[in-house]
Design a binder for this molecule. Structure first.
Ligand code: GDD
Ligand code: MN
Length: 367
């Protein structure tokens, strides 16, 4: 046995304070005989996960911590962790003890045995693997997502949604510039980003029960998965953020119309008052939706950040609205453009303006 670093185990964590020490103890057992380090990538968890990990890191220098401020996202956390090591092999494992760490030495053995192997995937869907005690709803959702992902992935991975795998670090580093980093399906991202198909092997594991803390992968995250797929398929044509921003803008227009109808027709306010009100309602609606979805990874939280974000968003959109009117009326009046084409051009200019400036000023800073 040499004393060269064999493997880095990257552990994305968010509010996993009570699981950190146990995981380290389990890694210590599972990886006996190997030289390893664990890199906890924490997105500034309110429960102080990073502090707990740092305390353990003072005692045990194999334990390292990356604390990201003002960013969220499982995939991007994994990517940053994987790039922060000198180890020739990097593994990713959940920080909530649901993955089976005893598979890690088998992954290392697989790499040692087959030098052409790029990735070893922990799979719930090969013989010997399993879902533990997932409820039928979750099994169905997971099966649906797996089926969808096979459409973008040419290769026949049984568990492309797995968050438990190991990859040779040099292969990974070559692929990183091509990763989208969106959402939580880091393995799928890696497998689809690689220009030539990665050689993989699957090893079974049984998904365990979570004992402490709670799952972060809610419905919005499920939507992030669709977004990541979109990005892989059409992202080069229309960037995913702009597509979302525009879709939400279209919803905002509907909200605007609805509010005008309600205030003007139903309540009987003046048309201008109703329009001003509708504009505010629609901008507020768009602000919160974009904050929750388009800019989920940089979302503003807390009353102060939300208020100043809302103000800057309204300012940006007001200028965008003025530009819309300007462009549309210029085309219509001066260039004899048809009304629909002129309106659409106005909307497009405003959408690009609103998107570019709000991404810079409303969601552009860290914290
Ligand atoms: N840094 C960081 N940032 N970590 C995060 C974030 C985030 O935004 N969201 C979740 N995590 C961490 C959690 O703390 C946990 O350690 C791990 O990522 C997985 O999150 P869970 O919320 O426990 O996921 P799950 O159990 O519902 O989902 C599992 O099943 C999927 C299979 O379809 C995970 O194992 C996934 O990795 C897996 O792909
Ligand atoms: Mn989990």
């Amino acid at each position: 046995m040499s004393d060269l670093l064999d493997i880095a185990v990257v552990v994305p964590v968010f509010n996993e304070r009570d699981n950190v020490a146990t995981l380290i103890a389990k890694l210590d057992q599972a990886l006996a005989g190997y030289v390893w380090e664990a890199i906890f990538v924490d997105d500034d968890s309110p429960d102080g996960t990073a502090d707990v990990a740092r305390e353990l890191g003072r005692i045990d220098r194999r334990v390292r911590v990356i604390q990201r401020i003002g960013r969220r996202g499982l995939s991007s956390a994994c990517i940053e962790g994987m790039c922060a090591t000198a180890a020739p092999v990097v593994a990713v494992i959940d920080g909530d003890l649901q993955h089976d760490e005893t598979v890690l030495p088998k992954m290392l053995a697989a790499f040692a045995e087959d030098p052409t192997l790029d990735v070893v995937v922990g799979s719930r869907f090969v013989a010997g693997g399993g879902l533990g005690d997932w409820d039928s709803d979750r099994v169905a959702k997971s099966a649906f997502a797996t089926k969808l992902s096979r459409r973008v992935l040419a290769q026949d991975l049984s568990d492309p949604m797995s968050g438990f795998f190991a990859i040779r670090a040099d292969r990974l580093r070559a692929i990183v510039p091509k990763l989208s980093g969106i959402g939580f399906k880091i393995l799928l991202d890696i497998m689809t980003a690689s220009p030539e198909p990665l050689r993989f092997r699957e090893l079974p594991y049984v998904f365990r029960l979570r004992e402490a803390g709670e799952s972060k992968l809610d419905h919005v995250v499920a939507m992030e998965y669709l977004i990541a797929l979109y990005d892989r398929m059409f992202g080069k044509v229309v960037p995913v953020r702009f597509a979302m921003f525009s879709a939400i803008g279209a919803l905002g227009a509907a909200v605007h119309l609805g509010t005008v109808w309600l205030a003007f027709q139903a309540v009987g306010l003046g048309f201008i008052t109703a329009t001003v009100l509708a504009t505010l309602v629609a901008m507020t609606f768009n602000f919160f939706l974009n904050n929750a979805l388009t800019y989920r990874d940089r979302r503003l939280t807390g009353a102060k950040a939300l208020l100043s974000g809302w103000v800057s968003f309204c300012l940006v959109c007001s200028v965008g609205g003025a530009a819309n009117v300007g462009v549309a009326s210029f085309l219509h009046e001066m260039r004899d453009g048809g009304w629909a084409a002129s309106s659409l051009a106005g909307i497009l200019v405003a959408a690009v303006w609103n998107f570019a400036l709000s991404s810079r000023f409303t969601w552009g800073r860290y914290k």
